[in-house]
Design a protein around this ligand. Sequence first.
Ligand SMILES: Nc1ncnc2c1ncn2[C@@H]1O[C@H](COP(=O)(O)OP(=O)(O)OP(=O)(O)O)[C@@H](O)[C@H]1O
Ligand SMILES: [Mg+2]
Length: 346
Amino acid sequence: MSAIPLEGRPPPLRADTARPWPRTEDLPPWPDAPPLLSIRDLRVWFDEGGRLVPALRGVDLEIHRGEVLGLVGGPGCGKSVMGMAVLGLLGPRALLSGDIVLDDTSLTTTSQQSMSQIRGKRIAMTFQNPMASLSPVRRIGSQVMGAIRLHQGLRGAAARAEAIRLLDRVRVPDAAGHMRAYPHELSHGTNQRVAMAMALAGEPDLLVADDPDTGPDTRIRASVIALLREIHDDNGMALALISRDLEAIADLADHVMVMHAGRIVERAPSSVIARRPRHPYTQDLVAPLSGPADRRRRIMPIPGTATGGCSFAPGCPHAATACHSGAAPTLRRAALDHHVACHRKD
Ligand SMILES: Nc1ncnc2c1ncn2[C@@H]1O[C@H](COP(=O)(O)OP(=O)(O)OP(=O)(O)O)[C@@H](O)[C@H]1O
Ligand SMILES: [Mg+2]
């Protein structure tokens, strides 16, 4: 069988070919398109009274135009820190190293002024807690219109019409009526949609959706994911979907990156990762949460104090002596387009 060329698209397969269709996971990624966002060796520490506590320990990732990338991991592994770092929202106690590049602009060295033009307009974020984007003392109509004025320059009746259109777009019922409501009068799910409408006001190239599937009601969680899918299909923006729940986002994401204790431990197309997880931590995430108690315990938060070795080693059923010391394992290719950071898989 001739090799699939790595440059350009593979030749079309003829129906009468004797060659079997390649599986999606065996196809190489298209190498020709430059990424929209590229992150290289991103490290973040928080200054806790003079002590530097690591939150991200060297993360690399790329998101291409129109791609949906899932970022999955347990509580405290650094998912939100990653999203906030991209938007330059970590605040003065955070120290960063590495590079974050949007097209040709390095976001780590760009001025505050140009960052504020990128934020919302090129990259927007919906936060885990929608109240982080909403003021409790302003009616939601005025808040959505504020975002529209900022990003689209519309005012008055035009801004109002656009606000109603956006609220309608994110399925806020009776959008015109809800314009007069305050956030405390609305449910968590509706506030989440309002925050999403504000994020869409700038028609960003990339939307970072932090935990869109939170909330007590599974039906509402599923409908938020369905809404994101619709919006993505409509305007083709790239999506970075942050979640603790691999299953919730696997259908929507093209690729999934699994994060543990500030590092990416596995990266693959989502169908592959859901069907054939290779890292023991991902295997725990994929396994039903009704599984044995020790499995549930292993995906609990990992304190940011782990020193040498693999951060998952203390809870890993496959850990060998080498896993507990030395350098943390780095991502290596386990199959085409499937990368795993695990000493035991080398
Ligand atoms: N502003 C901050 N100051 C100090 N430490 C922080 C700050 N923000 C996050 N951290 C720490 O960084 C680590 C990663 O936090 P992060 O919020 O990214 O976790 P997460 O993966 O989003 O978890 P969850 O699923 O619970 O949202 C945690 O140990 C957290 O305590
Ligand atoms: Mg978070």
